[in-house]
Design a protein around this ligand. Structure first.
Ligand code: SF4
Ligand code: SF4
Length: 308
């Protein structure tokens, strides 16, 4: 099938970038992931070790192509520097990105299946054992930077990724080349030295892991003093990246405009958030992954430590 009509359809549905990978010939090497796992850098995120993540045929045996797509989610508000304000990672400011991506991915998959009776598809949006960033690089969308996020030339790294897997053979794109060069800004800026070497992030040391995924009662002593008021994720390594500095541009997707209160809430209000307030406040938000007790824990840890 013609790759251009698939790409045009993806763009018509509002995706900002789209590229195609031929499974097998262009599949990403499983070795970097294996090495990362063998070092224990996934912390307690057992799903990262799911063997299907290293072999896409275990997800969809008949898959022949991966259509990789990206949505720009940047909005121009800045993080507050006031000492009593909490910082929430940009990915969580607006409507839950899973919902926004899935709606468009479903439309793309339905359209594709309508092009021929034997065409089958599966869609993913940060929801399955797929090495999304590695596939996106193979699809030519951008490259995985030294901070381990995907960087695009047009939007920097403020992009959400999704995939349509299909049994259809489609002419593929060329993988993107890597353009970090000699830059090490993200490595130097990371307050917990979580980027142990270029392209390798140790989740055990990463504020994003501790504020979103770590379910323990308290934030560890090694991490807590370095939170710099981050209560939901951490964007430091992306904020300092020259590609974001130069190329971030405001999204045209209304759903990604921040909900009131998601940019710069106060630490004290989050530290005392009731379960009911949490439910009301984070409706239709990706921040629901951070349970109310975790949000209170994160805010308290920043209140107890040195402030930014
Ligand atoms: S998200 Fe924050 S803690 Fe994690 S690697 Fe980036 S700067 Fe470091
Ligand atoms: S800050 Fe520099 S090294 Fe880090 S991802 Fe951006 S360009 Fe690459």
């Amino acid at each position: 099938m013609d790759a251009n009509s698939i790409k045009q359809k993806a763009l018509d549905l509002g995706f900002h970038k789209v590229g195609i990978v031929a499974v097998d010939e262009q599949s990403p090497s499983p070795q970097p992931l294996q090495r990362w796992l063998s070092q224990g850098y996934n912390a307690d995120m057992a799903w990262m070790a799911d063997p299907r993540r290293q072999d896409i045929r275990q997800v969809m045996p008949e898959v022949r192509s991966v259509i990789s797509v990206a949505l720009n989610y940047y909005t121009p508000q800045a993080q507050s520097t006031e000492p009593d304000k909490a910082k929430i990672s940009r990915y969580g400011w607006g409507r839950d990105y899973h919902k926004v991506l899935q709606k468009r991915l479903k439309a793309l998959a339905t359209w594709l299946e309508a092009q021929g009776e034997a065409i089958s598809t599966r869609i993913y949006a940060d929801t399955g054992p797929i090495q999304e960033k590695a596939w996106a690089q193979q699809a030519g969308l951008g490259w995985v930077g030294k901070h381990s996020n995907l960087i695009t030339r047009e939007y920097g790294s403020w992009v959400f990724l999704g995939e349509v897997l299909t049994n259809l053979a489609i002419p593929p794109d060329r993988p993107h080349t890597e353009h970090c060069g000699t830059c090490t800004r993200c490595i130097e800026a990371c307050p917990t030295q979580a980027i142990t070497e270029p392209f390798v992030v140790d989740a055990n040391r990463c504020i994003a892991y501790h504020t979103i995924e770590n379910r323990s009662e308290s934030i560890s002593e090694e991490i807590a003093p370095h939170l710099q008021n981050w209560v939901a994720g951490c964007d430091i390594c992306q904020e300092v990246c020259p590609w974001n500095d130069r190329f971030a541009q405001e999204t045209d997707i209304e759903d990604f405009q921040p909900y009131p209160g998601n940019v710069a809430p106060t630490l004290s209000e989050l530290a005392q958030l009731t379960d009911r307030d949490w439910d009301r406040r984070f409706r239709a938000s990706a921040l629901r992954r951070i349970r109310p007790d975790m949000m209170r824990r994160n805010a308290k840890a920043s209140l107890d430590g040195p402030r930014s």
